[in-house]
Design a protein around this ligand. Sequence first.
Ligand code: CS2
Length: 498
Amino acid sequence: MTVMTPLRDELNAGSLAGLPAHVQRPGYDRSAVKTGIVHLGIGAFHRAHQAAYTDDVLASGDLRWGIVGASLRRGDTRDALAPQNGLYTVAIRSGEGEDLRVIGSIGDVLVAPEGPDRLLAQMTAPSVAIVSLTVTEKGYCHDPATGELDEKHPDIVHDLAHPDQPRSAIGFLAAAILRRRMHGLPPFTVLSCDNLPSNGRTVHRILKRFAELVSPDFGAYVASEIACPDTMVDRIVPATTEEDRDRIRSELGVADAWPIMTEPFSQWVIEDNFPSGRPAWEKFGATLVEDVAPYEAMKLRLLNGSHSSLAYLGYLAGHQTVADAIRDPGIGAFVPALMNDAATTLQLPPGADVEGYKSSLIERFRNTALKHRTWQIAMDGSQKLPQRLLGTIRDLLAAGRPIDRPVLGVAAWMRYVAGTDEAGNPIDLRDPLAADLRQLADEAGLVADRLAPALFSVRAIFGTDLAEDSRFRDAVISALARIIEHGASAAAASAAAA
Ligand code: CS2
């Protein structure tokens, strides 16, 4: 028997006014909001971050910047949000408790594979000035080691052959840019909000190459007319659990199919390059700058480099969450030491307090209210290692400094790829290169001087320089041998003390 949930039992436009008083909610007239932004990859991170800043802009009375979201793969976000009129809760969690805020900046959610034309029509709407993206590292269809378009990527091959039925974010951007140009509309700004180095420059380079493959003239148009500002985005957003859904339901008094869990901290640094206009995000905490690079390197190398190391070391040692992993004595001693080494490679942003930044990261990792799974962060290592750890290693090598600590993170990833944790439990490896990695690891076995060289051969991760550098190779092999022999926690403790 199917029981229809009565309307008043879910979060939606009708139930908004009846929410408990402590729940913050959109006070503006949502029916008057225009669509100024199309967002590709409407996952939890976007909903906790850019959508929240944009909700503040709308609440200030500038109603030009409503968001239409798109999922490029699955329909689950649309299925959750459509019955809720796009509304959802952001739960801001810390040791002090939980603050709830309902966000209203997202209108429609489209599912690209169900109707590429609808999404292209939306991206071609005259009111749209920005197309933003959180499609994760692998969504750029590029070679992570070089940052260039992967011209052999199946989605890219498909999108070049079928330009009106794209699958990839790059294909959608290109098709929509072409259509706007044909209709004489000003181009939109492409705003990458993914954890890639120089994310704006990277998406510009990839998009330009794709456009060149369509025609030299289109390549030249993208090169000169499409602005792709760099951004640094930061907010920790663990995946929502059933327990979270139940708790939010009882706090709201109505069900929210997909509430978002996050931390109090939020940071957004944006290169101020929006020829077609932008929301005044700076009034609500974003920092608009000329050069994002130093902010981004500091965040990728200190936060994300530590995060990935915590994820692999922690997972192997049996820790489910970051908060547990950072409390492991070996790993807990290792992470600040790793940050110290990584910090020596940075050109700091103006006025940066790097000591304060490092200790605030440790505090954030220790937030037990978050339940951020090490397994979640461990995903897609092939796409993450280059900018999180390998860039640091290259710079340390060039400066003649020790590389053992960031190398331990790389070795832990190799041990993780081998497929079982230290208790012998199988690991559910998620990575676009999973099949190749698994095969290489299986052939090599859990033997450091076989496993590490097998994985060095993956040029999309290590490039040729590191793969052939004996200082790097030797350091990884001995770190991996220590992890295999003594365990991740003990290996971390000795790397911290070295
Ligand atoms: C994490 C990031 O999943 C991961 O790889 O390292 O998502 C991290 O939580 C964010 O970059 C924080 O801003």
